[in-house]
Design a protein. Sequence first.
Length: 184
Amino acid sequence: MTNINTKVKEMCMCAMMAALMAVCSWISIPIGEIPVTLQTFGVFAALGILGGRLGTISVLVYIFMGAVGLPVLAGFSGGLGAFMSASGGYISGFAAAALTVWAFERFTKDNIFLKGISMILGMAVCYLFGTVWYVAAFLKAGGGVSFGAALSLCVLPFIIPDLVKIACALIITERVKKYAAGRS
């Protein structure tokens, strides 16, 4: 394949994964005060299928689409207001999670277990970004919430669902890569 064909294929794959993240964000399962969406599944599927560099680009495209107002975020929302909300740090945390997975890519190679560990670390980084932002947003609004209270509301109920989403993303990654290898 020529260089231009490779670039076009990469751009299309990044756009397709950004679209997958948008669709996944619209799928919402109410489990408590904050619903579970499939956004993180989309993020980790993109990273698993495309690899760190292209997966991170697709996450950044998704975040950019939300920032400019396209309704690609959870609850069909978009715009800078979504990023400024108490949960906006989790959206930014997707980029940090992607960068974390990309940073560990040279160590994980094709080892699915190590890929899973890097994704779990990426999710932990996303949780950290989001929780710090959540606490800061409440402080700025004149209220207050402790870091522990924010963790119990915004992280603890999501650990098991996020681990399941990472496992599903890894399974799909392996299947898609096997299929793609057979079609090359």
